[in-house]
Design a protein around this ligand. Structure first.
Ligand code: PRP
Ligand code: URA
Length: 210
């Protein structure tokens, strides 16, 4: 598993505003979208393309276009939905599937409550969106799901991760082609399974408590 932690002052600046508990939901949503677009630039570095011949006003030249089958973007509901617009802005022709997962706040175990994905993901490059990688349970289950459907490689974009979650995912994804792109790698998990210093509950900060 490859882990790439973004190292850019603009990303750190936007993250600082996101972490601030005084930041309102509308600002939080706007910043999340901006951050994802920046992280997506790194995450799509190995997206598959094929040659395409075109005519410019001056001459004929060979450029590239995204290969078929098109990449699949999978936001993990609910918080991952806040990352979707930022991702498809960069890759508008990608297809989008959905996974709904919620972690039990007592046991920290994830359960899947919704799934809308192609049955066959053979030859697909998949991009999973989830802002928080805490214990790694939710993302691990999502990645396992995609590989069982035939995905060839999976890249996850997360805003924040805890070292404990990265270690757990490393084990869970052994032998599979997985890349994790992070806005920041934080210090640790607290006794409630929250990332420290973190930003709190990403879903609540995006959409309010339910
Ligand atoms: C959050 C977050 C991740 C998960 C991370 O979702 O968006 O999916 O927790 O925790 P883990 O790494 O320990 O599994 P949550 O279950 O709170 O659902 P929500 O997106 O609906 O708020
Ligand atoms: N889920 C969140 O939304 N935040 C955390 O810190 C951990 C899990």
């Amino acid at each position: 598993m490859r882990v790439h932690v973004a190292d850019h002052p603009l990303i750190t600046h936007k993250l600082t505003v996101l972490r601030n508990k005084e930041t309102s939901s509308p600002t939080f949503r706007a910043l999340t979208e901006e951050l994802v677009t920046l992280l997506a630039y790194e995450a799509t570095r190995a997206v598959r393309v094929e040659p395409q011949e075109i005519e410019t006003p001056v001459t004929t030249t060979v450029g590239v276009r995204l290969s078929e089958p098109r990449p699949l973007v999978v936001p993990i509901l609910r918080a991952g939905l806040g990352m979707l617009e930022g991702m498809v802005k960069l890759m508008p022709t990608a297809e989008v599937g959905f996974l709904g997962m919620v972690r039990n706040e007592e046991t920290l175990e994830p359960t899947t409550y919704a799934e809308r994905l192609p049955d066959d993901l053979s030859h697909r490059q998949c991009f999973v969106l989830d802002p928080m990688l805490a214990t790694g349970g939710s993302l691990g289950a999502a990645i396992d799901f995609l590989f069982k459907r035939g995905a060839v490689d999976v890249t996850a974009i997360c805003i924040l991760a805890a070292p404990e979650g990265i270690a757990a995912l490393e084990k869970a994804t052994e032998g599979r082609d997985v890349t994790i792109v992070l806005g920041a790698l934080d210090e640790r998990l607290n006794e409630n399974g929250y990332i420290v210093p973190g930003l709190g509950d990403a879903g609540d900060r995006l959409y309010g408590t339910v």
